[in-house]
Design a binder for this molecule. Structure first.
Ligand code: DGL
Length: 309
C-alpha cells in the first residue's frame, strides 16, 4: 500500500452514496483520518437547481475546511457537475487543502485508455442536465459516442437501506432495466452517481440474466466506478488495472468504528446508520448530527466576511 500524503481527508455527499468513495479511499491508503458528511436532510441533490447545489456546496466546503483538511473529496457527482467552480473558489481560502472531484479524472482516464466506441453514463438528473461527463470526455479527446441517462429512482431506493427486501429489490431491478435499455450498445458504463456502486452487483446480475439486456449488450459491459479512478490517481501503487467495480472491496475489512472515522449527517442519525450499514454490508457507528442551520450560518458568515489579500 502507498505512503499517504493526505493525513486528514474530508468527503461529502447528499447522503450515504459518498461512502462508496470513502470505502475505496480507505482501502487505498494508510494512516489517514476521515471526516464524512452526508447532507441527508437535503437529499436527494439530483433534482435540485444549480443555484441550490451551489449554496449547499459552499456551506459544506466552508464547514469541512474548518477541520484543517489535507484533502477534500467531492464524493457527489451532482455537486461536481453543478458546483465544482463554487468549491474551487471557496477552497482558495484554505490553501493547505487539495480539492478533488470525480468527473475530471474519470473522463481523462477513459479518454486516454478506453478503446471503445460507446460509453454510457448513469447519473442523476442534475448531472445529466449539465452533460458534465460527455463534455469532459470530449475535452480529453474521446471521440466515440456518449449516452447519458438520468436514473432518479435509484438514490431513494438506496437511501432507504431496504434493498434486501424483495419488494424494494423488485423496484430496483425494474428501474435498472429501463435505464440500461437506453444505454444499449455501450461497452463501458460509468456509475456517475456515488450511490450507484452500491447496486453494481445488481446491474451485473441483470446484464447476465435478462434476455433483452443481453441483446442490447452482446459484448458485455464494464462498469466504471469513478472512485477507483480517483484512487488510482491519488495512490497509484494501490490501484491497478481498469477501474471497474472492485469486487473485493466488500470482502476486505474496514473497521469504521476505529477513531480514524468521524461521520456527520444533517438527517436522522438512525436512518444514516441503517442505510450506511446496508450499503457497506458492515455495521457503522452512529453518526453525529449536524443541524442544517449550522451549515447555513457558517456559509453565510463566511460569504459576508471580507478576505484580506
Ligand atoms: N450521490 C450523489 C451523486 O453522486 C447525489 C445523489 C442525489 O442526492 O441525488 O450524484
Amino acid at each position: 500500500m502507498a505512503a499517504n500524503p493526505y493525513k486528514r481527508i474530508g468527503l461529502f455527499d447528499s447522503g450515504v452514496g459518498g461512502l462508496s468513495v470513502l470505502r475505496q479511499v480507505a482501502l487505498s491508503c494508510n494512516g489517514a483520518q476521515f471526516i464524512y458528511l452526508g447532507d441527508e436532510a437535503r437529499c436527494p441533490y439530483g433534482n435540485r437547481q444549480k443555484s441550490e447545489i451551489g449554496l449547499f456546496v459552499d456551506e459544506i466546503v466552508t464547514y469541512l475546511t474548518s477541520f484543517q483538511l489535507d484533502a477534500l473529496i467531492m464524493a457527489c457527482n451532482t455537486s461536481c457537475a453543478m458546483a465544482l467552480d463554487v468549491a474551487q473558489a471557496r477552497i482558495q481560502r484554505s490553501p493547505a487543502t487539495a480539492l478533488f472531484d470525480l468527473i475530471e479524472p474519470t473522463a481523462q482516464y477513459l479518454a486516454e485508455s478506453a478503446e471503445c466506441s460507446k460509453i454510457g453514463v448513469m447519473a442523476t438528473f442534475g448531472t445529466v442536465s449539465t452533460r458534465a461527463f460527455s463534455l469532459a470526455l470530449r475535452r480529453h479527446g474521446y471521440s466515440g459516442e456518449v449516452a447519458e441517462v438520468a436514473c432518479p429512482a435509484l438514490v431513494p431506493l438506496i437511501e432507504s437501506g431496504k434493498l434486501a427486501e424483495e419488494a424494494q429489490n423488485e423496484l430496483l431491478r425494474a428501474a435498472l432495466k429501463s435505464y440500461l435499455l437506453s444505454l444499449a450498445g455501450s461497452s463501458m458504463i460509468i456509475l456517475g452517481c456515488t450511490h450507484f456502486p452500491f447496486v453494481a452487483s445488481d446491474i451485473e446480475s441483470l446484464l447476465l440474466t435478462d434476455k433483452d439486456l443481453q441483446a442490447c449488450f452482446p459484448e458485455g459491459v464494464k462498469l466504471i466506478d469513478p472512485a477507483l479512478v480517483l484512487c488510482r490517481r491519488l495512490f497509484p501503487s494501490a490501484v491497478s488495472g481498469l477501474p471497474a467495480e472492485d469486487k473485493y472491496a466488500e470482502a476486505r475489512q474496514i473497521d469504521y468504528f476505529s477513531p480514524a472515522f468521524t461521520f456527520y449527517t444533517t438527517g436522522a442519525v438512525e436512518s444514516f446508520e441503517r442505510a450506511a450499514a446496508a450499503c457497506l454490508k458492515t455495521p457503522v457507528p452512529r453518526p453525529l448530527h449536524l443541524e442544517v442551520s449550522v451549515l447555513e450560518a457558517n456559509g453565510s458568515a463566511s460569504r459576508n466576511s471580507v478576505v484580506e489579500i
